[in-house]
Design a protein around this ligand. Sequence first.
Ligand code: NAD
Length: 280
Amino acid sequence: MNISIIGAGQMGAGIAQVLAQKNHSVILIDQNSEVLKNALAVVANSCDRLIKKEKISTKDKDKILSLITCVKDLNHAKDSDFVIEAVSENTELKLKIFKELDKICNPKTILCSNTSSISITKIAGQTNRPDKVMGMHFMNPVPVMKLVEGIKALQTSNETFLKVKNLAESLDKVFIESSKDMPGFIINRILMPMINEAIYAFHEGVASVKDIDLGMKLGTNQPMGPLALADFIGLDTCLSIMKVLNKEFGGNKYSPCPLLVKYVEAGWLGKKTGKGFYSY
Ligand code: NAD
């Protein structure tokens, strides 16, 4: 199939790789040429790790890279069977992109969003094909993580749902359904308040970054502590998700920790900028 990915950051590059690994033609679109260049290098490095583990050959790597075309212009998405949007977690930006995609793409194209928290129903409402819009939430890093969370908008048809589910499963992912399009869906509704609380614990001097992470790793059997995970996700993305939860659910339960806000203001976004709760 021809599949376009909008946004070539951490998630877009990973999604492009898993699709190309299954022989799909991928058009990877980002407004930033540096990001596009970096995305191909990220895919190449990830393929090298798979070659070392003898999971793919060097020939496979060449094929995977040859199947990914990097471009800046959204119009290249026009003949795609699927589009998967993975731009920054910003509601206005996503609404604008879906409006544009709806104008550009063939009416049959299914439009998915990899959003972590934003209403799929609202996104679908920007288009004249709301029945063909759905949430397709991959986990980071995409080539490693087995899960895809599917989110139906109020308007999504069963046909679209099954097509997205089939696509996820054809990528060897396990598909779960968030039955309601509620803020944060399943994963981030549960994960983000935990990460936010870990940041509060550090902020209030309960323990060091190292001990909070070690405590949660060894005490609750998580593979990675919550502060390391936050760095890995991107602190800007964590803050955006907390803001969506806070706005949509109301009350104090989801207020972003002031320290998270400060880190983002400082440009300390985690692994992607080289500094967050840890240095990289
Ligand atoms: P990122 O910051 O690494 O990448 C976002 C990309 O979007 C950037 O490369 C940016 O240049 C691009 N972009 C911004 N505006 C654009 C536009 N108008 N046109 C084209 N490209 C544009 O972010 P990410 O971590 O890859 O997250 C992307 C999406 O995936 C977000 O919605 C996020 O919530 C979601 N997500 C993230 C994770 C994670 O762990 N980071 C996990 C699951 C889902």
